[in-house]
Design a protein around this ligand. Structure first.
Ligand code: FPP
Length: 248
């Protein structure tokens, strides 16, 4: 049976959770290990978080695995992260598919090795009919890059300026058809957006924890969901209770 955070009505759960999986490097450093060991531990944790997401009834999970800026990291770390993506698909695809997880990619595929591009596209194809959890992997993703590409495509399509609306821009993004994230979780305590879903996050709630990503466990994930459930989302308006009082 699905495990849910205690005493929280189901409709209060976030439908779309996005995660900035930060702190792998510092996790490794604290243990005197190379940075890649942190990314490996982070990958193990990701496996657990995906399963927990299914249990918590989350419908969309978007994870920030490699940003357009991460190319500036040491070559062995970049290579290691590419290898991790490949390895995750090789080892996990069957199991994820069985669990009803649909894999999607957001970002630019074209800079990846052709064999890795193919692997990603094949995984997307194999899982395309699954609907228990939509897992968006942001890999070679940048929020500004996504918006620039959207503008270019809108202009190429010859859309007249007065026809450009919020909804239309959303349809030109990688996340077209996916609801905006309700909750964004950032581990390792940094208070930055880091070019992640900058359009889509306009009204997302944030949960920032000092915990490094490899240590962000199911219990803390549950706490993040519970914290979300207690928030009053006003979308720039006033609380509904306040409105009734002022009308009275
Ligand atoms: C940020 O921590 C983390 C990343 C840039 C990579 C995240 C990748 C994983 C969790 C592995 C799963 C990956 C795939 C492809 C499925 P950091 O290295 O910046 O940590 P630091 O700020 O402590 O140095």
């Amino acid at each position: 049976m699905a495990e849910t955070p205690s005493a929280i009505p189901l409709e209060k759960f976030p439908q779309h959770v996005a995660m900035i999986m930060d702190g792998n490097g510092r996790w490794a450093l604290q243990r005197g290990l190379p940075r890649l060991a942190g990314h490996k531990a982070g990958t193990e944790n990701l496996r657990r978080v995906i399963r927990a997401s299914v249990e918590f009834g989350v419908k969309y999970l978007t994870i920030y695995a490699f940003s357009t800026e991460n190319w500036g990291r040491p070559p062995e770390e970049v290579k290691g992260l590419m290898y991790i993506l490949e390895d995750v698909i090789d080892r996990e695809l069957n199991e994820l598919n069985k669990e009803g997880v649909q894999l999607r990619h957001i970002g630019r595929l074209e800079r990846l090795a052709p064999s890795l591009q193919k692997k990603v596209l094949d995984a997307i194809e194999v899982t395309r009919n699954n609907d228990r959890l939509i897992l968006n992997i942001a890999f070679n993703y940048g929020g500004r890059d996504e918006i620039v590409q959207a503008i270019q495509r809108i202009m190429k399509d010859g859309v007249p300026p007065e026809k450009v609306t919020d909804e239309m821009v959303s349809k030109y993004l990688y996340t077209a058809g996916v609801p905006d994230p309700d909750l964004i979780i950032r581990t390792s305590g940094e208070l930055r957006v880091s070019n992640f879903l900058i359009w889509q996050a306009a009204y997302s709630e944030w949960y920032v924890t000092p915990t490094f990503w490899p240590d962000f466990n199911k219990e803390e994930y549950r706490q993040a969901l519970e914290s979300f459930a207690h928030r009053d989302r006003r979308y720039g308006k006033v609380a509904s209770g306040e409105l009734q009082e002022s009308n009275a």
